[in-house]
Design a protein around this ligand. Structure first.
Ligand code: SF4
Length: 320
């Protein structure tokens, strides 16, 4: 278990909807899930830039196990639109509730942090904002525009919510021309009702397909967590669904249960099984696959973007 953050903050539970659930049993982590402790000097510098610019990061809010490694290389994934999510997914450690007003200074603050961190590639994600008419799409576009103005050479990856029932929202984000559009399917369809109750599997899949229809040059990416109780064949079926939607890049990582109140960890998937998922995914035609216990959507995203471009060029030159 990575973090225990189900304690009271600002006088309220972090996850009020989960507070009355029974505690689940804790499984001991296997040897292959070991991470570097945070605390290097560069880690502290990254932390200071994040704080000085009044930013929220998914690295901290989700209790990501890779934070020691990523922040020691100044790789932080910005989470825009506040720190409070309107959904209540059973796997997620981001605070839930009614969010505050959108911070109009945020696009400039994010752009400033990206410049100070000297990022070649940045990942921007957000909480889900079902309370906003456009689901926060306009704000995503503003953040992309501010980064482009300030750091034109930086490539931009967005990891968006599903914009369910927000007509026209997806088009606004695609028109802002991020380099990579990521939306995570997270799990197999049979687990949606328990793991992602506010989302719809085919809607999420369709979002990614629509991105490709709107802009065929945009890279699309999606991710799955395993260890939630899914069957191997279900994972292979999701890969086929993703390829039918022309998704370029697949990430698969181990689910780590944030607290005893979250969705119960079913099992730790072995490194060999992750390797087998990778082999299967490449055989199905993904341009790039990252499949390992500590794979996360934004882990090594900059290096992976370079590999993604190379893979597309190689494929195009083969078919020429
Ligand atoms: S993997 Fe992503 S979320 Fe985790 S610490 Fe690295 S950049 Fe942050």
């Amino acid at each position: 278990m990575t973090t225990i953050l189900d304690t009271v903050s600002d006088g309220r539970p972090r996850h009020p909807e989960k507070a009355h659930r029974p505690d689940t049993k804790v499984l001991r982590k296997p040897d292959w899930i070991r991470v570097k402790a945070p605390g290097s000097q560069v880690y502290q510098e990254t932390r200071k830039i994040v704080r000085d610019n009044n930013l929220v990061t998914v690295c901290e809010e989700a209790g990501c196990p890779n934070i020691g490694e990523c922040w020691s290389k100044k790789h932080a994934t910005m989470m825009i639109l506040g720190d409070t999510c309107t959904r209540a997914c059973a796997f997620c450690n981001v605070k839930t509730g009614l969010p505050g007003a959108v911070d109009i200074a945020e696009p400039n603050n994010v752009a400033d942090a990206v410049a100070k961190l000297g990022l070649n590639h940045v990942v921007i994600t957000s909480v889900d904002r079902d309370d906003l008419d456009d689901g926060g799409a306009g704000h995503f576009a503003d953040v992309i525009g501010a980064i482009r103005n300030r750091s034109p050479a930086t490539t931009i990856e967005v990891l968006t919510p599903d914009f369910l029932r927000k007509d026209g929202a997806l088009e606004v984000v695609v028109a802002a021309k991020p380099d990579v559009f990521n939306h995570n399917l997270e799990t197999v369809p049979s687990l949606y009702l328990t793991v992602r109750p506010g989302a719809r599997y085919f809607h999420s899949l369709r979002i990614l397909q629509q991105v490709k229809e709107l802009d065929p040059s945009m890279f699309t990416k999606s991710g799955l967590m395993v260890g939630l109780g899914e069957k191997r064949l279900e994972v292979l079926q999701v890969m086929d669904d993703m390829r039918a939607a022309d998704i370029d890049f697949l990430t698969i990582g181990q689910y780590l249960q944030p607290t005893r109140k979250h969705h119960q960890l079913d099992r730790f998937v072995t490194p060999d099984e992750f390797k087998s998922f990778e082999t299967n995914a490449y055989s199905k035609g993904f341009l790039l696959v990252s499949s390992s216990p500590l794979t996360r959507s934004s882990h090594h995203a900059g290096d992976d973007f370079g590999r993604l471009r190379q893979a597309r060029e190689a494929k195009l030159s083969q078919s020429a």
